[in-house]
Each structure stands twice: as C-alpha cells, then as structure tokens.
Design a protein around this ligand. Structure first.
Ligand code: AMP
Ligand code: GLY
Length: 437
C-alpha cells in the first residue's frame, strides 16, 4: 500500500520517515528535505499534485487547516481510506468556542471561560478574573493566537486588537477568555477510530519563544518524551476524564472521528485540565513520539482510519528530544531566504535526525530558510540527558543568519533524570496501563 501524507512541515517529514519503515510514501506538497529519503527498501516521493490527484491506498492529513476545510470529507467521498477527521470533528480545533462548549457538554475538566465578540462584555468578564489572564482567538492562528499575561491592561488591549481584526484577521473576531491555570503541561496524542481510543507516549512541548518560557507563544520550540513524571496511571486518568467522554460526546453529536485527538493538558493541583484539543499530530511532538513507535505506523493508522483500531501502540524504552531552529523574526514576522549552512554535518552525530520544517532551495539548488520554523533537530538515546546533548551537538553544527533556538529544551527533565526521578518503561511499553475500547 502506498500512503499519501498531506503537508510540508517537520511533522509530515517525521510521518513520512516512520511510515517508510513499512510502506512507500508520497508527500504533497512536501519539502526539499523529504525527497528521496528511504528506509528498509521503501521510498518517499514528493509531488506538487493536489491530494485529490494523488493515487494512494491511504491518505494521512498532517496539518489542521486542510482538515478544517474538509479535505478528509472530500477524499472519503471519493472512496479513499483517510486518517484524519472530517470538517465536523476538525471544528474542535477550528473553533475554540466549539471546543470549549463540547468539553463542557462532555463533562471534561477545563478552565472556566467566556466567548465574546463585543469589547464591553469581554472587558466585563476579564474584570471578574484574577491573573494570569488568558485571551484566545476563536479561529485558527497557527498556535500564536493565545495571550497569557499578568497584566489586565495588556489583556484588555489584546481583546481589542483581536476583536477589531487587527491582530489575527477574522480568526480573532470572536475571542475565548479563560481563567488562568497553573501547572506543568503535557501533550497526550491519542489514536481514535470513531469509537475506540489508544494513547501514544505523553510528550512535553515548549510553546514560548525564549528560554525559561519567556516571549510570545509559538507553534512549538521543542519537545521531548517520555515525560518521566507521568506514569501509566495518570495516562489512564487522563483517558478516563478527558478523552473517552469527549469521544462519546462527539458520537452523540453524530461525529465519526477517525484520526488523532491531541489533548493539551495542564496538570493543576486539582488534577489534569484540558487547555485545548487539536485534531492532528502535535508539531514538534510527532518528531519525538513517532520514531519511538515499535508498531508499524501505517498499519496502526489504517486500523483507525477504517474504524477497526485493535492494536495498542507500544514504544521503545528510549528518550527522544527535539530542538526547533527558527528564522529571525519568528513568530510574528519571520525573515526568509537565508542560506542554511552545515545541513549535512549532523549526520556524524549518532541517533540524530534533522526534520525539515520550513526549507526551500534557492535558484542554484542550495537550501534556504522558507518558513518560521526551519529545522527540527531530533535525537534518540537511552536517556533524556544524552538525547538532549546529541540534539544540541547537531544544532551547533547548523546555522544561518539570525538563527534562533531555545537552549533549555528538556533541561529540567534531564536534571530530574540525573536525580533518579525518571523511570523509563520496559521495552515495548504501552502508554496506558490497561487496554481500552
Ligand atoms: P492553547 O493553544 O490553547 O494550548 O494555548 C497555548 C498555550 O497558552 C498553552 O500551552 C499554555 O501554555 C497557555 N494557556 C492556554 N490556556 C491557558 C489557561 N487557561 N491558563 C494558563 N495558561 C494557558
Ligand atoms: N506543539 C503544539 C502544536 O502542535 O499545536
């Protein structure tokens, strides 16, 4: 079976490489880093043809935008096997208001919130909250539409900029304002076949641009897994409280959800709370989780896509760290077209893979920056500290004018590990402690 991956970022690069362990892959529109990669006799081809014109046995849709726009529905209507929800399920990510209302209907624990399109009502609601204040665009904003601030004045200004359409166009003409929660965050990626669910390894990503969690929110500056503090029992709690009730509510609404449910969770003193649901693999979470998969990814996704999810995904007992390298000016105004130096140098560091996120070729075929997030440098090793060291060693060999990356990805986790706090599971562990579905 040939699998068609839709998308052009680091997540799709990781999907293509892991799928290519067992099947031929064609990626649309892909990027220059993906062409010609091969594994165990299978090839990855890149095409500029639209997904509807690509011949494949299964379609895996990477990003949220085509899902929200109904690509999965169109492919299914043409009789294809598709991994990814239809536009009805993708509304979970396409509208934060719909997502929050669905969580409430499902009884899933989430932050108190209000949805507003008028400035006065929004400001009145803000005044009832205490810091931190959280203001989100209702619509898609590439992970950049969320402001978390201690300052009421800044929150009020942000509401105004969003509602007026200045900040995020139509995506911000409705805002979700939430009570601010506190606690460590994690990303739980779950496969869903419309009824049954199967958790993958829990990962942690780093959303802020700068070290120590400073600066604006981004699409993600790095990730690692497994998260040592989260054991199988906590995964089971999250599945019981946050995932299964949501799937039941989606079914009640007539939504047959086949794809990834990505719960962004905060572990508060009162237990896990859902910050958001995304309808696709996390980016860069996919780059750390998928390469550790023991099972055949193509087979797993085909099970979910056909409504027959039977296999519990198992993962190698290793650690995985990914550092995202960005263009100057990211996230608001990335400057592109800079020549990338040293792209092949990391091949000398064992266990490292460089996933292309936003790269292009200049007229003479040399690699240049072509997106805000440019490269995702991922490393696998027996422990977090070693994976981290390898990833940063590889990062130090690559560069371009104005390159930026965080220097503290997985730093705290490596410290915990050094103090004996991380207990990676045994070979072939499943993410939860018991089978479900
Ligand atoms: P989201 O895109 O909704 O996951 O939000 C992006 C980031 O903003 C999250 O990863 C959190 O760091 C932060 N955030 C979102 N909602 C809240 C909240 N209610 N309280 C505190 N921080 C939040
Ligand atoms: N890493 C955040 C996201 O994929 O939305």
């Amino acid at each position: 079976m040939k699998v068609c991956v839709v998308g052009s970022g680091g997540r799709e690069h990781a999907l293509a490489s892991v799928l290519a362990r067992s099947t031929d892959v064609i990626v649309t529109p892909g990027n220059p880093g993906m062409a010609g990669i091969s594994a165990e006799g299978h090839s990855v081809e890149v095409t500029g043809a639209p997904p509807e014109d690509v011949e494949a046995g299964m379609y895996v849709i990477g990003p949220e935008v085509p899902l929200v726009q109904g690509l999965a529905d169109r492919l299914r209507a043409a009789g294809h096997l598709v991994f990814g929800p239809g536009a009805d399920g993708a509304r979970l990510e396409g509208s934060k208001a719909f997502m929050k209302e669905t969580l409430v209907a499902a009884g899933v624990p989430t932050a108190r919130f209000g949805v507003f399109s008028g400035v006065r009502e929004a400001r009145e609601f803000l005044a009832t909250l205490s810091p931190p204040y959280v203001v989100k665009t209702d619509g898609l904003a590439g992970g950049k539409g969320v402001l978390v601030t201690q300052s009421l004045a800044e929150a009020e200004d942000d509401v105004l900029a969003k509602l007026r359409g200045d900040a995020f166009g139509d995506a911000g003409r409705r805002v979700v304002i939430e009570e601010g929660l506190v606690g460590p965050e994690c990303s739980l990626l779950v496969l869903c076949d419309g009824r049954r669910v199967a958790p993958m390894l829990v990962a942690q990503d780093f959303k802020r641009l700068g070290d120590g969690g400073t600066g604006p929110n981004t699409g993600g500056m790095g990730a690692y897994c497994p998260v040592g503090e989260i054991g199988g029992t906590l995964v089971d709690t999250m599945m019981d409280e946050a995932v299964e009730p949501l799937v039941a509510e989606l079914r009640r609404q007539g939504i047959d959800y086949r794809g990834v449910l990505y719960a962004g969770l905060m572990l508060t003193a009162d237990g896990p709370r859902v910050l958001e649901y995304n309808v696709r693999f996390g980016d860069p979470e996919a780059q750390v989780v998928l390469p550790l998969l023991v099972e055949d990814l193509a087979g797993l996704l085909a099970e979910a896509a056909s409504g027959r999810l039977r296999t519990e995904p198992r993962f190698e007992s290793a650690s995985s760290v990914c550092v995202v390298m960005t263009a100057p000016g990211y996230p608001l105004d990335p400057s592109l077209g800079h020549q990338i130096q040293g792209l092949d140098a990391p091949s000398g560091v064992e266990g490292v893979t460089v996933y292309h996120a936003g790269t292009g070729l200049d007229p003479s075929g040399r690699p240049v920056t072509a997106g805000g997030r440019v490269l995702d440098v991922a490393a696998i090793a027996p422990g977090i500290a070693e994976a981290r060291r390898k990833a940063y060693e590889a990062v130090s060999r690559i560069g371009w004018e104005g390159v930026h990356y965080r220097s503290d990805i997985a730093e705290a986790a490596a410290l915990v590990e050094a103090h004996g706090g991380v207990t990676p599971g045994s070979v072939g562990v499943a993410a939860g402690d018991r089978r479900r579905g």
